[in-house]
Write a protein that binds this ligand. Sequence first.
Ligand SMILES: [Mn+2]
Length: 291
Amino acid sequence: MGNNKHTVFNCIDMLPSSPGTALLHVIPAPYEKSVCYGKGTANGPSAILHASHQLETFDGKSDPSDLGIFTHPPVDCLGSHEFALKRIEKTVAEVLRIGKVPVMIGGEHTVTFGAIKALSVKFADFGVVQFDAHADLRDSYQKSGYSHACVLRRIHELGIPVFQMGVRSICAEEHEYRKKKKIPYLDAEQICVKGIPGKILPASFPKKIYLTFDIDALDPSVVPSTGTPVPGGLGWYQTMELLENVLKGRKLLGMDLVEFSPVKTFHYPDYTAANLLYNIFGIAQRAKSLS
Ligand SMILES: [Mn+2]
Protein backbone atom coordinates (compact mmCIF):
# COMPACT_ATOMS: atom_id res chain seq x y z
CA MET A 1 0.00 0.00 0.00
CA GLY A 2 1.26 3.44 -0.85
CA ASN A 3 4.30 5.03 -2.37
CA ASN A 4 5.84 8.42 -1.93
CA LYS A 5 4.90 9.83 -5.32
CA HIS A 6 1.24 10.74 -4.74
CA THR A 7 0.03 13.72 -2.70
CA VAL A 8 -0.99 12.79 0.84
CA PHE A 9 -3.15 14.37 3.52
CA ASN A 10 -0.66 16.08 5.77
CA CYS A 11 -1.19 19.01 8.16
CA ILE A 12 1.65 21.19 9.41
CA ASP A 13 4.07 19.02 11.46
CA MET A 14 1.69 16.05 11.35
CA LEU A 15 3.37 12.78 12.28
CA PRO A 16 3.21 10.17 9.52
CA SER A 17 1.08 7.04 10.04
CA SER A 18 1.34 3.59 8.53
CA PRO A 19 -1.75 1.77 7.22
CA GLY A 20 -1.70 -0.31 10.41
CA THR A 21 -1.56 2.59 12.87
CA ALA A 22 -3.87 5.04 11.05
CA LEU A 23 -7.59 4.87 11.83
CA LEU A 24 -8.50 7.17 8.95
CA HIS A 25 -7.67 5.88 5.48
CA VAL A 26 -7.92 8.60 2.86
CA ILE A 27 -8.81 7.23 -0.57
CA PRO A 28 -8.49 9.66 -3.50
CA ALA A 29 -11.06 8.75 -6.19
CA PRO A 30 -10.59 11.09 -9.19
CA TYR A 31 -13.70 9.76 -10.98
CA GLU A 32 -15.31 12.03 -13.56
CA LYS A 33 -17.66 10.63 -16.18
CA SER A 34 -21.12 12.16 -15.98
CA VAL A 35 -20.47 15.74 -14.88
CA CYS A 36 -22.98 17.80 -16.82
CA TYR A 37 -22.11 21.47 -16.21
CA GLY A 38 -18.73 22.66 -14.88
CA LYS A 39 -15.98 20.05 -15.22
CA GLY A 40 -12.86 19.35 -13.19
CA THR A 41 -13.84 17.04 -10.30
CA ALA A 42 -11.06 14.62 -11.35
CA ASN A 43 -8.64 17.24 -10.02
CA GLY A 44 -10.51 17.51 -6.71
CA PRO A 45 -8.57 14.96 -4.64
CA SER A 46 -5.09 16.29 -5.41
CA ALA A 47 -6.14 19.93 -4.80
CA ILE A 48 -7.70 19.07 -1.43
CA LEU A 49 -4.72 16.94 -0.37
CA HIS A 50 -2.30 19.64 -1.44
CA ALA A 51 -4.26 22.29 0.53
CA SER A 52 -4.25 20.05 3.64
CA HIS A 53 -0.54 20.88 3.99
CA GLN A 54 -1.62 24.35 5.20
CA LEU A 55 -3.85 23.04 8.02
CA GLU A 56 -2.95 23.33 11.68
CA THR A 57 -2.98 19.88 13.31
CA PHE A 58 -4.78 21.32 16.35
CA ASP A 59 -8.22 22.32 15.05
CA GLY A 60 -8.87 24.70 17.96
CA LYS A 61 -10.58 22.03 20.08
CA SER A 62 -8.68 18.78 19.60
CA ASP A 63 -6.02 17.18 17.42
CA PRO A 64 -7.70 14.91 14.87
CA SER A 65 -4.31 13.81 13.52
CA ASP A 66 -3.96 11.78 16.76
CA LEU A 67 -6.36 9.35 15.07
CA GLY A 68 -3.70 8.60 12.49
CA ILE A 69 -4.25 9.53 8.86
CA PHE A 70 -2.92 7.42 5.99
CA THR A 71 -3.43 8.31 2.33
CA HIS A 72 -3.73 5.62 -0.33
CA PRO A 73 -2.56 6.14 -3.91
CA PRO A 74 -5.46 7.41 -6.09
CA VAL A 75 -7.87 4.72 -7.28
CA ASP A 76 -7.57 4.14 -11.02
CA CYS A 77 -10.89 5.58 -12.24
CA LEU A 78 -10.28 5.22 -15.96
CA GLY A 79 -12.37 2.96 -18.17
CA SER A 80 -16.07 2.18 -17.78
CA HIS A 81 -18.04 3.22 -14.72
CA GLU A 82 -18.50 -0.47 -13.78
CA PHE A 83 -14.75 -1.08 -13.58
CA ALA A 84 -13.99 2.21 -11.82
CA LEU A 85 -16.72 1.60 -9.21
CA LYS A 86 -15.48 -1.97 -8.72
CA ARG A 87 -11.97 -0.68 -7.99
CA ILE A 88 -13.37 1.85 -5.49
CA GLU A 89 -15.44 -0.89 -3.85
CA LYS A 90 -12.37 -3.15 -3.59
CA THR A 91 -10.23 -0.45 -1.99
CA VAL A 92 -12.93 0.50 0.52
CA ALA A 93 -13.56 -3.19 1.31
CA GLU A 94 -9.87 -3.70 2.06
CA VAL A 95 -9.86 -0.69 4.45
CA LEU A 96 -12.96 -2.04 6.23
CA ARG A 97 -11.43 -5.52 6.41
CA ILE A 98 -8.54 -4.23 8.54
CA GLY A 99 -10.96 -2.36 10.81
CA LYS A 100 -10.22 1.16 9.58
CA VAL A 101 -12.43 4.07 8.50
CA PRO A 102 -12.50 4.91 4.78
CA VAL A 103 -12.44 8.62 3.89
CA MET A 104 -12.92 8.94 0.17
CA ILE A 105 -12.23 12.15 -1.74
CA GLY A 106 -14.02 12.49 -5.11
CA GLY A 107 -14.42 12.83 -7.90
CA GLU A 108 -18.07 13.10 -8.75
CA HIS A 109 -20.81 11.87 -6.46
CA THR A 110 -21.11 8.53 -8.28
CA VAL A 111 -18.05 7.29 -6.32
CA THR A 112 -20.20 7.00 -3.19
CA PHE A 113 -21.99 4.02 -4.72
CA GLY A 114 -18.73 2.02 -4.80
CA ALA A 115 -18.08 2.74 -1.12
CA ILE A 116 -21.65 1.88 -0.12
CA LYS A 117 -21.45 -1.45 -1.97
CA ALA A 118 -18.39 -2.35 0.11
CA LEU A 119 -20.06 -1.21 3.33
CA SER A 120 -23.27 -3.14 2.63
CA VAL A 121 -21.28 -6.38 2.42
CA LYS A 122 -19.88 -5.85 5.91
CA PHE A 123 -22.69 -4.01 7.74
CA ALA A 124 -26.42 -4.79 7.67
CA ASP A 125 -27.80 -1.86 9.60
CA PHE A 126 -26.46 1.53 8.62
CA GLY A 127 -27.86 4.70 7.14
CA VAL A 128 -26.45 7.31 4.80
CA VAL A 129 -26.45 10.99 5.78
CA GLN A 130 -26.15 13.12 2.66
CA PHE A 131 -25.14 16.78 2.60
CA ASP A 132 -26.00 18.07 -0.86
CA ALA A 133 -27.58 20.94 -2.79
CA HIS A 134 -29.27 18.34 -5.01
CA ALA A 135 -31.41 15.35 -4.09
CA ASP A 136 -29.54 13.01 -6.50
CA LEU A 137 -32.64 10.79 -6.57
CA ARG A 138 -33.26 10.61 -10.33
CA ASP A 139 -33.82 7.17 -11.79
CA SER A 140 -31.60 8.11 -14.72
CA TYR A 141 -29.99 11.25 -16.05
CA GLN A 142 -28.59 11.91 -19.51
CA LYS A 143 -29.28 8.24 -20.36
CA SER A 144 -27.24 6.94 -17.45
CA GLY A 145 -28.33 5.32 -14.20
CA TYR A 146 -24.85 5.95 -12.83
CA SER A 147 -24.87 9.71 -13.23
CA HIS A 148 -24.01 11.73 -10.12
CA ALA A 149 -27.67 12.87 -10.26
CA CYS A 150 -28.83 9.28 -9.53
CA VAL A 151 -26.43 8.09 -6.86
CA LEU A 152 -28.67 8.40 -3.81
CA ARG A 153 -31.48 6.71 -5.74
CA ARG A 154 -29.20 3.71 -6.41
CA ILE A 155 -28.19 3.63 -2.74
CA HIS A 156 -31.77 3.93 -1.47
CA GLU A 157 -32.83 1.11 -3.80
CA LEU A 158 -30.41 -1.18 -1.94
CA GLY A 159 -32.70 -0.74 1.07
CA ILE A 160 -30.33 1.63 2.88
CA PRO A 161 -32.00 4.47 4.83
CA VAL A 162 -31.01 7.95 3.61
CA PHE A 163 -31.26 11.34 5.31
CA GLN A 164 -30.86 14.43 3.09
CA MET A 165 -29.45 17.72 4.35
CA GLY A 166 -29.15 21.07 2.59
CA VAL A 167 -31.12 20.22 -0.57
CA ARG A 168 -32.42 23.17 -2.61
CA SER A 169 -32.48 21.78 -6.14
CA ILE A 170 -34.91 18.93 -6.68
CA CYS A 171 -36.95 17.92 -9.73
CA ALA A 172 -40.59 16.82 -9.63
CA GLU A 173 -39.63 13.14 -10.06
CA GLU A 174 -37.23 13.32 -7.11
CA HIS A 175 -39.78 15.19 -5.03
CA GLU A 176 -42.33 12.45 -5.70
CA TYR A 177 -39.84 9.68 -4.94
CA ARG A 178 -38.79 11.31 -1.69
CA LYS A 179 -42.43 11.65 -0.65
CA LYS A 180 -43.45 8.15 -1.74
CA LYS A 181 -40.49 6.50 0.01
CA LYS A 182 -40.76 8.80 3.06
CA ILE A 183 -37.09 9.77 2.86
CA PRO A 184 -36.39 12.14 5.77
CA TYR A 185 -34.70 15.46 5.05
CA LEU A 186 -33.80 18.91 6.32
CA ASP A 187 -33.66 21.23 3.32
CA ALA A 188 -31.46 24.32 3.04
CA GLU A 189 -34.41 26.71 3.28
CA GLN A 190 -35.55 25.20 6.59
CA ILE A 191 -31.99 25.41 7.95
CA CYS A 192 -31.26 28.94 6.73
CA VAL A 193 -34.66 30.50 7.43
CA LYS A 194 -36.03 28.60 10.43
CA GLY A 195 -32.79 27.47 12.06
CA ILE A 196 -31.37 24.12 13.09
CA PRO A 197 -33.64 21.90 15.22
CA GLY A 198 -32.35 20.31 18.42
CA LYS A 199 -32.48 16.79 17.05
CA ILE A 200 -32.14 16.25 13.32
CA LEU A 201 -32.03 12.52 12.63
CA PRO A 202 -35.23 10.61 13.44
CA ALA A 203 -34.95 8.33 16.49
CA SER A 204 -35.50 5.35 14.19
CA PHE A 205 -32.52 6.24 11.98
CA PRO A 206 -29.67 3.67 12.25
CA LYS A 207 -26.99 4.29 14.88
CA LYS A 208 -24.25 3.49 12.36
CA ILE A 209 -23.88 6.01 9.59
CA TYR A 210 -21.94 6.73 6.43
CA LEU A 211 -21.55 10.42 5.72
CA THR A 212 -21.49 11.60 2.12
CA PHE A 213 -20.71 15.29 1.79
CA ASP A 214 -21.25 16.88 -1.61
CA ILE A 215 -19.29 20.13 -1.43
CA ASP A 216 -22.18 21.96 -3.19
CA ALA A 217 -24.18 21.66 0.05
CA LEU A 218 -22.14 24.68 1.11
CA ASP A 219 -23.20 28.05 -0.20
CA PRO A 220 -21.24 29.04 -3.36
CA SER A 221 -19.91 32.05 -1.40
CA VAL A 222 -18.14 29.57 0.88
CA VAL A 223 -16.99 27.18 -1.87
CA PRO A 224 -17.69 28.19 -5.48
CA SER A 225 -15.49 25.44 -6.95
CA THR A 226 -18.03 22.81 -7.88
CA GLY A 227 -19.71 21.56 -11.05
CA THR A 228 -23.31 22.52 -10.29
CA PRO A 229 -23.44 25.35 -7.73
CA VAL A 230 -26.81 26.44 -6.31
CA PRO A 231 -27.44 29.62 -4.28
CA GLY A 232 -28.96 29.57 -0.81
CA GLY A 233 -26.61 26.98 0.65
CA LEU A 234 -25.15 26.25 4.05
CA GLY A 235 -22.79 28.60 5.85
CA TRP A 236 -19.59 27.40 7.52
CA TYR A 237 -20.80 27.47 11.14
CA GLN A 238 -24.21 26.10 10.22
CA THR A 239 -22.42 23.17 8.64
CA MET A 240 -20.31 22.57 11.74
CA GLU A 241 -23.42 22.64 13.93
CA LEU A 242 -25.28 20.25 11.61
CA LEU A 243 -22.34 17.82 11.62
CA GLU A 244 -22.08 17.92 15.42
CA ASN A 245 -25.80 17.32 15.70
CA VAL A 246 -25.74 14.36 13.31
CA LEU A 247 -22.61 12.65 14.68
CA LYS A 248 -23.62 12.90 18.33
CA GLY A 249 -24.35 9.42 19.68
CA ARG A 250 -23.69 7.78 16.33
CA LYS A 251 -20.94 5.61 14.91
CA LEU A 252 -19.27 6.84 11.75
CA LEU A 253 -18.38 3.87 9.53
CA GLY A 254 -16.94 5.89 6.69
CA MET A 255 -17.32 9.10 4.77
CA ASP A 256 -16.63 10.95 1.58
CA LEU A 257 -16.24 14.48 0.28
CA VAL A 258 -17.23 14.75 -3.38
CA GLU A 259 -17.84 17.09 -6.34
CA PHE A 260 -15.01 19.48 -5.56
CA SER A 261 -13.76 20.99 -8.78
CA PRO A 262 -10.73 23.24 -8.17
CA VAL A 263 -10.19 26.47 -10.05
CA LYS A 264 -6.54 27.24 -10.81
CA THR A 265 -5.17 30.45 -9.22
CA PHE A 266 -8.21 30.57 -6.93
CA HIS A 267 -7.09 28.60 -3.93
CA TYR A 268 -9.21 29.61 -0.94
CA PRO A 269 -11.89 26.99 -1.78
CA ASP A 270 -9.21 24.25 -1.89
CA TYR A 271 -8.21 25.16 1.63
CA THR A 272 -11.86 25.38 2.72
CA ALA A 273 -12.55 21.86 1.42
CA ALA A 274 -9.46 20.48 3.22
CA ASN A 275 -10.47 22.34 6.39
CA LEU A 276 -14.00 20.94 6.16
CA LEU A 277 -12.65 17.39 5.90
CA TYR A 278 -10.31 17.89 8.84
CA ASN A 279 -13.06 19.50 10.93
CA ILE A 280 -15.29 16.49 10.29
CA PHE A 281 -12.46 14.32 11.67
CA GLY A 282 -12.34 16.56 14.74
CA ILE A 283 -16.10 16.59 15.28
CA ALA A 284 -16.21 12.78 14.96
CA GLN A 285 -13.22 12.47 17.31
CA ARG A 286 -14.85 14.61 20.03
CA ALA A 287 -18.23 12.90 19.58
CA LYS A 288 -16.45 9.53 19.96
CA SER A 289 -18.12 8.45 16.72
CA LEU A 290 -15.01 6.63 15.56
CA SER A 291 -14.52 4.30 18.51
MN1 LIG B 1 -24.54 15.27 -5.15
